[in-house]
Design a protein around this ligand. Structure first.
Ligand SMILES: [Mn+2]
Length: 311
């Protein structure tokens, strides 16, 4: 399986003369068929779902801006990391792009890698999940847990149009059609930004919901324990981080900046806890929009999250 384009030009940066001072740009390699298992970055250069959802487009440029932000971060890994290139969206054909993303993610998983997909709008989630589902489809009913840090449920009715607002409803449909359980945790939801209908749909689908205002220092331990219990009931975890879960001051470069949001310092320990479960098989980051970024703040926060996942 090959991505639609592959270019290593973003991986440049500072080179220090001292020993043991490597940065990502000095260690990351282009993925090839002989690559031993490692972390594999795959871009999803697509914002067609955002356009269809009447949002501010620009997320298609995110994979390259996040690579540039990650390039200069310090390298602390033992295992290798690879750049697997970008999947692109041609002529507004979102469904074909999601299908190609799924095939690429599945191929990475089959080769033993941990795929980390850099979206793209949150329509990336349907493609990412499809790849994990394909990879696990030999099992009779895989218990895939989805943990979404997001200001929005993204559970809109997909009957008319597939967009950045529908991926988890599409996944729920797929699970129902296959007789698979749908296990979805959505943390950081803003009550002000999601209609009553969406809260009802989340309740019908038995979604584990924690609102933005519920995630505080004082509740971090109990929410972490809920995530542990959620993970314990799953065979594999798919972590998806919509960068618009962060406050607008920490992540201004998104389609829909959050008036409140959940701060990075609260997000990081929850992500570390998911990693500690040992079940994390796939992660993606969505909705980074370089066109609205300020001083690369949003790209830097995304790069830091990838760095956290890589440790
Ligand atoms: Mn989202």
């Amino acid at each position: 399986m090959h991505a639609d384009r592959h270019c290593m030009s973003a991986w440049t940066g500072r080179t220090d003369p001292e020993a043991d001072s490597a940065r990502w740009h000095q260690r990351i390699r282009a993925l090839n068929e002989a690559s031993e298992p490692g972390l594999a970055l795959l871009g999803f250069a697509c914002d067609e779902g955002v356009r269809r959802n009447h949002g501010r487009v620009g997320a298609a440029g995110a994979p390259q801006s996040v690579r540039k932000a990650l390039a200069n971060l310090a390298w602390h890994r033992q295992a290798p990391a690879y750049d697997a290139g970008d999947v692109t969206c041609e002529d507004g054909d979102l469904e074909a792009a999601q299908a190609r993303l799924g095939r690429n993610v599945c191929a990475l998983l089959d080769a033993g890698h941990l795929p980390v997909v850099i979206g793209g709008g949150h329509e990336v989630a349907f493609g990412s999940w499809s790849g994990l589902a394909e990879h696990l489809s030999g099992n009779p009913a895989p218990q895939i847990g989805i943990v979404n840090f997001d200001a929005h449920f993204d559970l809109r009715d997909p009957a008319h149009v597939h967009s950045s607002g529908t991926p988890f409803a599409q996944i729920a449909e797929q699970c129902a059609a296959r007789g698979w359980p749908f296990r979805y945790a959505c943390l950081g939801v803003s009550r002000a930004s999601n209609t009553r209908a969406l809260f009802s749909r989340a309740a019908e689908l038995n979604v584990l919901v924690r609102e933005d205002r519920e995630i505080r220092e004082a509740t971090l331990e109990s929410i972490g324990a809920e995530l542990d219990a959620f993970a314990a009931g799953c065979d594999a975890l798919y972590l998806t981080i919509d960068i618009d879960v962060l406050p607008a001051c920490e992540a201004p470069g998104v389609s829909a900046p959050a008036a409140r949001g959940v701060r990075l310092e609260l997000l990081e320990p929850l992500i570390e806890r998911l990693k500690a479960s040992g079940k994390l098989r796939l992660a993606d980051l969505a909705e980074i929009n370089p066109e609205y970024d300020i001083d690369n703040r949003t790209a830097k926060v995304a790069a830091r999250l990838i760095h956290l996942l890589s440790l």
